[in-house]
Design a protein around this ligand. Structure first.
Ligand code: NAD
Ligand code: MG
Length: 394
């Protein structure tokens, strides 16, 4: 029986993780659930899964949540609040596996704490890895923790890697990775119309049902840029060994190309419960609840090269990883600020890459050799990006 902590339980990945865990009550016990501000969602999850701990990060809402829990049938749940409580629950002795499913930089410290504590880290929170890079991978190596990718592409690559492969090491005889992308909702829109797209259009992903931030990232293809950086770190590869492939049907979730000419692909319906169940059962397999793939419904699969003029964010991600050091942190922070401003209707969709590029140009790159430097660059990039947004809209 393994103890499970879900960071970001109320989000899209968190909900799917609980769905999978509930199918295997003899293998997984839910120990801790966390949410930022959705206390109603968290309360329902507490009633259904009865964890030992529940964390509400927003301290203003924690008191109300605590009162609800104490007059409920699950009044023995310990309620904690504040960002530091995320680290507390991610490192509990009763916890074996931590699902890192908070969106954005807010997930870095608890995910890193889990890695340092030697927990099995099921990593959905790609921003945490992109911003902390080698520091995160070193923490995994030093503690001997297992790091299992949840992002569907990286989970697919992991499944196609040689037997007994461990993330962060060289894939023996692997030539390159083919990282697939759906191309998002604007793959075929005339480029001059992209300035006018609305947040509603941008979050309506053709194949996947996800949180708002990653949906916008998929529309700009910054998601693929972050995933390219994520793949370099997880699989110890150079950026030029990662080929992004637009595959609109989202049936193949990525491929590994070996020196002998063999290409292994992982396929399945676009349902995040598949990679989640793979990582939770690893090295075994169990039911995920996902519909089996009907190959006859697929009928055809298309593959195209990405157009960097249409998707400048992908180009910026390559620039960031090639610059190295703190630049991926700056890229990620500027993107988080720009996406938030777009969702708030303060900037145009096409302003997103402009803001990121200007932020990257304004901040000198330094070696990312401590957490302090990374957090400092993250903050600096947020301040600069906000200033650029103010200039743009006046
Ligand atoms: P979401 O917006 O649906 O959920 C985010 C979760 O994080 C919520 O539980 C929320 O309460 C919590 N959260 C938000 N801000 C927080 C803060 N400041 N402090 C603490 N908790 C906070 O997001 P999602 O779609 O589930 O994505 C989660 C992560 O997984 C992201 O990093 C995303 O890139 C990655 N991911 C998601 C999918 C998907 O299909 N949704 C696929 C691959 C990777
Ligand atoms: Mg993905």
């Amino acid at each position: 029986m393994k103890g499970l902590c879900i960071l970001g339980a109320t989000g899209s990945i968190g909900v799917s993780t609980l769905d999978v865990a509930a199918r295997h009550p003899h293998l997984y016990k839910v120990v801790a659930l966390t949410a930022n501000g959705n206390i109603d969602g968290l309360f329902e999850q507490c009633l259904a899964h009865h964890p030992q701990y529940a964390v509400v990060v927003n301290e203003g809402l924690a008191e109300k949540f605590s009162r609800k829990i104490s007059s409920s049938p699950v009044s023995d749940i310990k309620v904690l609040s504040g960002a530091s409580a995320l680290e507390t629950v991610a490192t509990l002795d009763e916890v074996d596996s931590v699902m890192a499913a908070i969106v954005g930089a807010a997930g870095l410290l608890p995910s890193l704490a889990a890695a340092k504590a030697g927990k099995t880290v099921l990593l959905a929170n790609k921003e945490a890895l992109v911003m902390s890079g080698d520091i995160f991978m070193d923490a995994i190596n030093h503690s001997g923790a297992h790091l299992l990718p949840i992002d569907s592409e990286h989970n697919a690559i992991f499944q196609c890697m040689p037997a007994h492969y461990k993330t962060g090491t060289d894939g023996k005889q692997v030539r390159r990775i083919l990282l697939t992308a759906s191309g998002g909702p604007f793959r075929e829109m005339p480029i001059d119309q992209m300035a006018h797209v609305t947040p509603e259009q941008a979050v309506a992903h053709p194949n996947w049902d996800m949180g708002k931030k990653i949906s916008v990232d998929s529309a700009t293809m910054m998601n693929k840029g972050l995933e390219m950086i994520e793949a370099c770190l997880l699989f110890n590869m150079k950026p030029e060994q990662i080929q992004v492939v637009i595959h609109p049907q989202s049936v193949i979730h990525s491929m590994v190309d070996y020196v002998d000419g063999t290409v292994l692909a992982q396929m399945g319906n676009p349902d995040m419960r598949i990679p989640i169940a793979h990582a939770m059962a690893w090295p075994e397999r169990f039911d995920s609840g996902a519909k089996p793939l009907n190959i006859f419904d697929v009928r055809r699969m298309d593959f195209e090269e990405p157009n960097l003029q249409r998707f400048p964010c992908l180009r910026l991600a390559y620039n960031a990883i090639n610059a190295g050091g703190t630049m991926p942190t700056v890229l990620n922070a500027a993107n988080e600020i720009a996406v938030e401003a777009f969702l708030d209707r303060r900037i145009k969709f096409t302003d997103i890459p402009v803001i990121i590029e200007r932020t990257m140009a304004a901040i000198a790159v330094t070696a990312a050799d401590s957490l302090e430097i990374i957090l400092e660059h993250d903050q600096k990039a947020r301040t600069v990006a906000k200033e650029i947004i103010t200039e743009l809209i006046h």
